[in-house]
Each structure stands twice: as C-alpha cells, then as structure tokens.
Ligand binder design. Structure first.
Ligand code: UD1
Length: 356
C-alpha cells in the first residue's frame, strides 16, 4: 500500500482490456487503474459508450487517471488488434468483447459465431506473435446450460443450449487446446453468474441498447418509467415462491474477481488453463429481487405473471469454493446493496449514458 492507501500491485504492468467500455469492462477498468495498472482498452462501441470510460477516468484516483488509453477498434479486424499491440507491450489481456444476447444468437447464429469466435482467434493469434501469453477470459454460467444439480461446480460437464452459450464454450475449448499445445500460456476462464448493480458513485452502470432481455435492467426501466410493467416469466417453478432462482452478483465484486485472477496469473507458473465460478453461492428468486428493489427505491413495480420463457432453467447458483480457495476472492455484497447501487445509477441516469 502507498500513503494514499492504494496497492501498488499493478505498477508498471500494462493490461489490454477488450470490450472495456461495456458494463463489466468499465467497472473492471476502474479497479485496475486504482490498483496501479496501465490499462489500454480496445472496444468497437457496438453495445457500449465511450462516455463510460470518460467517467471511469474521472472516478479513478487522480494519480492514475492518465493511465487509461482507449482505442476504437474491432477484434474481427486483425489490423485493429495488430495496431493496438504495436502501441504497447502488454503483460496480460482481459478479454470481455463479444455479443451476448441469447435470443438474438438463436436467430442469427452466424453473427455470433463470426463475431465471438473470429475476434477471439485474431486476439489469440496476435497475442502469440507478440509473446503475450496471459489471458483472463469472460466466460459465463451459460456454459453449464440446464444444470442437473446445483450448485454448479467447475468440473461439471458443459452443455450450453444456445449459440451464444456455445461461443463461450468453444472459446473455452480453444483456450484449453492452446494452453495444452503451448504450456507458456496461462489462462483463467471466469464463469460469471448474473452480474447486476453498479459502481456506488452511480456514475457507471449497465446501459443496454434496445429493450433489455435480462431481469435487472428491465426492472430498472420499469422503475424509471421507460417500461410499463415487468413480465415475470413463470410462477409455477418448483422453487420457494414459484419463480426462477439465480445467483446475482454485484458488478464491483465481479470486477474484484478479475483483479484476483490477474494476480493469480502473474504469480502461478503452472496455472495452465483453469475455470472459476464468480457468483455469491446464494439463490434469489425473481419476486425476491423485485421486492428488494421496491424496498430500496420505495417504488411499486407493476408485474404481470406470464408463461415460462423457453430455455430458462429453474434454479442456478454457484459453488464458489474454488475461487475462494485458489483466488482468495469472495463476493462481499448482498442483494440489498446490489439493488441500492443499481437504483443509485438508475435515478442519476434514467436514460443511461444518454441522460441529460
Ligand atoms: C442471463 C443471460 C445469459 C447470461 C446469464 C448470466 C439473457 C437472455 N440471458 O441469463 O446470457 O449468461 O444471464 O449472466 O440475456 N426474467 C423475467 N422477466 C424479464 C427478464 C427475466 O421474469 O423481463 C426472469 C427469467 O425468466 C429468469 C430470471 O428472470 O428466470 C433471470 O433472467 P435473466 O436476467 O435474463 O438471466 P438468465 O436467464 O439467468
């Protein structure tokens, strides 16, 4: 720690963050900066805004604000990746960039396979040629598909059930093959559960383009009046209140998990290619999340009970022991704090980064 209370862990290390302007990316970039890392972001701004990075810079400790560099670029254009690698020597890459809408991936599988796989292959290729062989990859609980038992443990057989999920699975497989072929690679696959919440400042948060498909951004839009009612997909599940159960995790905890993973990469020679769940280990139902948001916002959320959404699992939550033991990481925040910070972001930015 220095005299300002900041860890010097990252000093002089330079990290490339793909998709760093997005929801999870921007929160992670902020934490990286405050840990002393130099952070280079490449993002095509397809589903993100450069405004998030302007705010990240302002939120970062003044001594680190100049350590953030942004390049507009698309991983599918190899020349964009090459260009970024010609600007700096990276010690590691955190790879967030990718499309993530399940429904759209079912309708347009090629769009998903092209973007997510080609982009990642280009990145692996350029990294190899530049001798940068450390990666933290943004995987997802979606690789477990419909888990037969819960909580989900990392060594479950993987069985994604839609094209988006398969892109995450295929990238995991590619990473495992690559590391096996060249043991110099160190790769950590982080399987996120359901990230929600926002930075406590309310300055950065999730800002989906179009109508949100995920629960929390939809709740937020109902509360600020952008949507009239929340459709609750199914109240006949065999759960405590009949609605589906998920493992919601505060995005700040998730960002911390990336810092822990990065430190693990730098300190563990034989890490190989290893997967970790990032969740809280607790399940929350749709109605419980609605009630928690109503409590912190002091607003009534109108709901309409609908039939189940095809492909939805009954209950999914994480076993978090591996991340706790090996990464020394554990989620700190509960549902109330997630809702409080989401509401703080929502009321300051009802229209996301385009708010007046
Ligand atoms: C979502 C993502 C998935 C990602 C995972 C983990 C989608 C469609 N799915 O899945 O890609 O891997 O998080 O981050 O983007 N619900 C409602 N009403 C709504 C929206 C959702 O009742 O308007 C219910 C759903 O039926 C589900 C729960 O809320 O039971 C959570 O849904 P969602 O936020 O979409 O998360 P996942 O389905 O877990």
């Amino acid at each position: 720690m220095d005299t300002n209370g900041y860890s010097k862990e990252g000093l002089h290390r330079c990290i490339l963050v793909t998709g760093g302007a997005g929801f999870i990316g921007s929160h992670t970039v902020l934490q990286l900066l405050n840990e002393g890392y130099v952070v280079h972001v490449i993002d095509n701004l397809n589903n993100a805004s450069e405004e998030s990075l302007r705010r990240v810079r302002r939120l970062a400790s003044p001594q680190f604000q100049h350590n953030l560099i942004f390049s507009l670029g698309d991983l599918c254009r190899k020349e964009d990746v090459e260009k970024v690698f010609s600007l700096a020597k990276f010690d590691a890459v955190i790879h967030f960039a990718g499309f993530k809408a399940v429904g759209e991936s079912v309708e347009k599988p090629l769009k998903y396979y092209n973007n997510n796989l080609i982009g990642t292959l280009n990145l692996f290729d350029v990294m190899t040629r530049h001798g940068c062989k450390k990666m933290v990859f943004s995987s997802s609980t979606t690789v477990y598909g419909q888990p037969k038992v819960i909580p989900c443990v990392e060594d479950f057989q993987l069985a994604p059930i839609n094209p988006y999920g398969r892109t995450k699975f295929f990238i995991e497989e590619i990473a495992r093959d690559l590391q096996k072929a060249d043991p110099e690679w160190r790769i950590i696959l982080l399987r996120y559960f359901n990230p929600i919440g926002a930075h406590p400042s309310g300055q950065i948060g999730e800002d989906p383009k179009g109508i949100p498909t995920c629960l929390m951004p939809f709740i937020q839009q109902v509360v600020v009046g952008r949507q009239p009612v929340l459709n609750v997909y199914g109240n006949d599940y065999p759960t405590k209140d009949g609605t589906a159960v998920r493992d919601y995790i505060h995005v700040v905890d998730l960002a911390d998990g990336h810092i822990s993973a990065l430190q693990k990469l730098f300190t563990t020679e034989d890490i190989g290619c290893r997967a970790y769940n990032l969740g809280t280990g607790h399940g929350t139902s749709v109605l419980e999340l609605v009630a928690a948001f109503e409590k912190v916002s002091e607003k009534k959320i109108p709901i309409k009970i609908c039939s189940r959404r095809p492909g939805d699992a009954t209950a999914v939550y994480a076993n978090t022991e591996k991340a706790e033991h090996e990464l020394g990481w554990k989620a700190k925040y509960g549902i109330e704090e997630m809702c409080r910070d989401q509401w703080n972001w929502a009321r300051q930015n009802p229209w996301g980064y385009n708010s007046p």
